[in-house]
Design a binder for this molecule. Structure first.
Ligand code: HEM
Length: 148
């Protein structure tokens, strides 16, 4: 009869005092952000795909009109940051589970952190510095409030 294979030791030493607490917060964050994201994303899809003229109304003026409104700026900011951190936290666990060498794990984790940060910073800049009435634009593309 063959004997059961021996399990190799864990890839990372687990300290129950510190890592345990961080893991618990990460678990709670994924659940809470997941529920909030369902509300944010379905509202986003409803407004952009169905409400009014639906998908046909999406043009520069539509986006400019939304991003001139602080409500939609903060709504999009919440969706952007929560979606990015939720996705990155999930990827972090997948890298920890599957990366075979410590070098590969460290490289992938840093690539993930940098990509997440760059996307959050660029996305936030778009949301809060967007000019809805650029001076040299074709007037037929601009929202009506640019001429009031
Ligand atoms: C077919 C489906 C979708 C359409 C037509 C669409 C359309 C748009 C449009 C027109 C904007 C510009 C601003 C605004 O409307 O608030 C936008 C921004 C955004 N969308 Fe979507 N979207 C879709 C799906 C999604 C999904 C599934 C997500 C998931 C998280 C998402 C996340 C975002 C975010 C975070 C922004 C803000 C980006 C930024 O400027 O920083 N969208 N989308």
């Amino acid at each position: 009869m063959s004997t059961a294979p021996e399990l190799s030791s864990p890839k990372r030493p687990v300290s129950h005092s510190t890592l345990g607490r961080a893991q618990r917060w990460s678990w709670v964050f994924q659940r809470v952000s997941g529920v909030i994201l369902i509300v944010l994303i379905f509202t986003h899809l409803f407004i952009n795909l169905w409400w009014g003229d639906g998908i046909n109304q999406i043009d520069f003026a539509f986006v400019a009109g939304k991003l001139a409104n602080p409500f939609w700026q903060w709504f999009d900011f919440a969706m952007l940051t929560l979606a990015m951190i939720h996705g990155a936290n999930g990827m972090r666990m997948i890298i920890d589970d599957y990366a075979r060498s410590p070098w590969m794990r460290t490289t992938l984790q840093w690539a993930l952190r940098i990509a997440t940060l760059v996307i959050i910073v660029l996305g936030t800049l778009v949301l809060f510095t967007f000019d809805p009435c650029p001076a040299d634009a074709d007037p037929s593309l601009l929202p009506t409030f640019c001429f009031e």
